[in-house]
Design a binder for this molecule. Structure first.
Ligand code: ASP
Length: 508
């Protein structure tokens, strides 16, 4: 690696260089870290990015640790250099340029540091995590709240810590083969982060995932939280070069009406929406047009992914009536993803998947961006009054990645339930069987496939939820369809608008 040190004085020049123990490639994209006042004579003038050469004097000392480095910038599609940017001007195409810079040097170095503005750093970290496939080397993104040229800057600390983590072979730190953000006292999984402060030196947090590393007097990596490296002998590293930015991030708010929403959702090029909802995934159920506008856009081929506006926690659709409508109309769950990760994942999935597989893969963790996978089994069923059935017996398969061993919870949801000939005060027992397609009223409740029952009364509402985790764990086999039989006890044919099985499994 060529970076012959221009020694500042003769004394340094005569010292032997330590042997190379790690090689790090630094990609300078811009951001406050490298900014200087636009008017050199006026420190209060607006900050603009300086060139990469002006950062080099601040990096040299890491060679004392045996970390050798090279610094480069981005190159666009036509091969032209991209000038350092304020990160507000970084878009999804720049994420691809970053991925290409990493691909270029992947075989030559041990790790990467990306210098980036803080404003959109969490988006870039998310985007890069999806673009880089089979990653086995650290990609550490950092920046700073104050320019490196200022006396009180946090830049040197952030930069050197990032280089130490990327140059793990020299520093003896554990390998962190992920896209991370190194900022202040924390090393965070990149696609779990969000910018939480415009002023604090602790500018980032990952509210739904613990810190991968704590940086103090020592750097401590929590190795059990770090994703394992890909085996690049068997699964070579590669990058995705395309993202689809025909997406929108729509935050709902009290007062947002179906009309306004429709205007946005009707835009012709729109393909994917990240809907930022209240609490655990809720949206107005009144007026009903609010949900139908969203549902209609899904029927017309758009993908709508629900994430929470809350800083911490995630979406659990169906928990409240205010999210049931969204679930039933085909809105999918972003679980505990950040809005940044959800948006980047949408841009990526719209390119890598087609048709219903988009919905399926959006709900499954791809790069550690969510804590749980949701295998959403939707049984194709709609039984109206004219066709009421004595027993509902349906089968459907979860996505191929479903592994029963990772199952945390199986929730059955029967929507729009009704029974013919039921008196107002009559209580009806309804039994559920899993993987026993022939089950009916005379089937014993002692069989292992029996998942329990619920009591139904006309007055109680039309959505039934039932936790059937134990039975699913007992009788379901990986790679096979799951049969659900719903059996009313007594002669009351059943109506039903939808049958859903949500399988929540630990994400890898
Ligand atoms: N505006 C700057 C940027 O994001 C802010 C920063 O780097 O902290 O590029």
């Amino acid at each position: 690696m060529s970076n012959d040190v221009m020694a500042d004085n003769a004394q340094v020049e005569t010292k032997p260089k330590p042997p190379v123990r790690a090689k790090v490639f630094i990609i300078y994209t811009g951001g406050t870290i490298g900014m200087v006042p636009s008017d050199p004579n006026n420190t209060a003038s607006p900050l603009i990015p300086a060139n990469k050469e002006s950062l080099e004097p601040f990096i040299r000392d890491v060679e004392k640790e045996g970390i050798y480095w090279e610094i480069g910038g981005l190159t666009d599609k036509k091969g032209n250099p991209v000038p350092p940017l304020d990160s507000s001007n970084v878009n999804h195409e720049h994420w691809v340029y970053m991925a290409e810079a990493i691909e270029d040097k992947y075989d030559d170095v041990d790790g990467f540091v990306v210098l980036h503005g803080t404003d959109t750093m969490a988006y870039t970290a998310s985007g890069l995590s999806f673009l880089l496939a089979n990653l086995a080397k650290p990609v550490v993104i950092t920046g700073s709240q104050l320019p490196i040229f200022q006396l009180r800057s946090d830049a040197i600390q952030n930069l050197v810590n990032a280089i130490y983590i990327a140059g793990y072979k020299a520093t003896g730190l554990p390998l962190v083969p992920e896209v991370t953000i190194c900022f202040a006292d924390s090393l965070l999984r990149g696609n779990r982060t969000t910018k939480v402060s415009t002023t604090s030196m602790r500018g980032f947090d990952s509210p739904n995932y613990p810190r991968l590393g704590e940086i103090g007097e020592h750097i401590r990596i929590n190795t059990d939280l770090v994703r394992p490296p890909a085996n690049n002998e068997q699964s070579p590293f590669y990058i995705h070069r395309e993202l689809n930015a025909n997406v929108m991030d729509i935050g709902i708010f009290p007062g947002l009406g179906p009309k306004q929403l429709k205007t946005v959702l009707k835009s012709p090029d729109l393909e994917g929406v990240v809907l930022r909802t209240f609490g655990a995934g809720n949206a107005p159920s009144d007026p009903p047009e609010f949900v139908s506008v969203i549902g209609d856009s899904i029927d017309s081929g758009k993908v709508v992914l629900n994430v929470t506006q809350c800083v911490q926690g995630g979406v659990e659709m169906g928990l409240y009536e205010a999210s049931s409508g969204l679930l039933e109309r085909g809105v999918i769950s972003g679980m505990d993803m950040t809005a940044e990760a959800a948006l980047a994942k949408m841009m990526w999935i719209l390119v890598t998947e087609k048709g219903h597989e988009r919905q399926t893969q959006l709900q499954i963790g791809q790069r550690g961006e969510q804590s749980e996978n949701l295998f959403d089994v939707r049984y194709p069923i709609e039984i109206g009054p004219d066709k009421a059935k004595p027993v509902i017996s349906e089968s459907a398969s979860p996505a191929g990645q479903f592994r029963k061993a990772a199952l945390n919870r199986a929730m059955l949801r029967v929507a729009g339930v009704g029974f013919k000939g039921l008196a107002d005060d009559e209580v009806l027992e309804v039994r559920i069987f899993v993987n026993l397609p022939g089950a009916n009223e005379s089937t014993s409740t002692k069989v292992p496939q029996y998942a329990g029952s619920f009591n139904y009364q006309e007055s109680q509402g039309t959505t039934i939820m039932k936790d059937i985790t134990t039975t699913v764990k007992r009788v379901v086999e990986d790679g096979r369809p799951i049969y659900i039989n719903i059996v009313p006890v007594g002669d009351h044919p059943m109506l039903c608008k939808g049958l859903f099985l949500a399988l929540f499994a630990k994400a890898e």
